[in-house]
Design a protein around this ligand. Structure first.
Ligand code: HEM
Length: 180
């Protein structure tokens, strides 16, 4: 997992809960990196999981809820650092349908070792999109946060139904309906 995912996560934890919380979760998690991340480095996903588990224990907030908020925050990272991706699109459904065959393909050119999910489009109309998320990392709630912000970015609204195909969240169906 890329360092930017860790540095942005710890920045968000600091903003929401304070520097002391960052110190607590980093020292409670047994991290090979010792919690020192550079945005261009690559670190094990198990470090992220360990930080999330510890933050969840300290705050009482479920991991999926933490991932949702982090996904919403990560959209601002995309806006600030990868705005060229967003400028290519005028429609949120077109953008979300392009993750697999365009956006994440470009991401992989920048970071050849990125650990990305797959999003397979099952059905697409002007106002609906059904996609299957698959990833061993079970970060579908992070994806939901990004989707929410994608609609907001285009001044649009949607209802997004999330159904687990596999109980552990490694395979999830997203049914997206644009409302306005
Ligand atoms: C992961 C970039 C859009 C869903 C990632 C990672 C990067 C990235 C750098 C981390 C890879 C790693 O740590 O190895 C981008 C950029 C986007 C974009 C630049 C520009 C628009 C989206 C959108 C979604 C999405 C719109 C919506 C669902 C995900 C998910 C992961 C991820 C769920 C977590 C990894 C996993 O589940 O296995 N993306 N992404 N991304 N991205 Fe994107």
């Amino acid at each position: 997992m890329k360092g930017i995912v860790f540095t942005e996560f710890l920045d968000l934890v600091e903003t929401k809960f304070g520097l002391e919380m960052v110190d607590t979760i980093v020292s409670n998690a047994d991290l090979p990196s010792k919690g020192i991340y550079t945005s261009v480095g690559t670190y094990s996903f198990s470090e992220m999981l360990s930080l999330l588990v510890n933050l969840s224990q300290e705050t009482g907030i479920a991991i999926d809820e933490l991932l949702l908020v982090y996904g919403e925050h990560f959209f601002t990272v995309v806006e600030n650092s990868y705005s060229s991706f967003l400028r290519e699109f005028t429609d949120p459904i077109e953008m979300l349908a392009s993750i697999e065959n365009h956006i994440h393909v470009e991401v992989r050119k920048i970071y050849p070792d990125a650990e990305l999910p797959t999003f397979n489009v099952l059905e697409k109309t002007e106002n609906t999109l059904i996609m299957i998320y698959k990833s061993s990392r079970s970060m579908h709630c992070f994806g939901l946060g990004l989707m929410n912000k994608t609609f907001e970015y285009f001044n649009s609204e949607a209802t997004i139904l999330v159904e687990k195909i596999k109980e552990d969240g490694t395979e999830v169906k997203f049914s997206i309906q644009r409302n306005g």
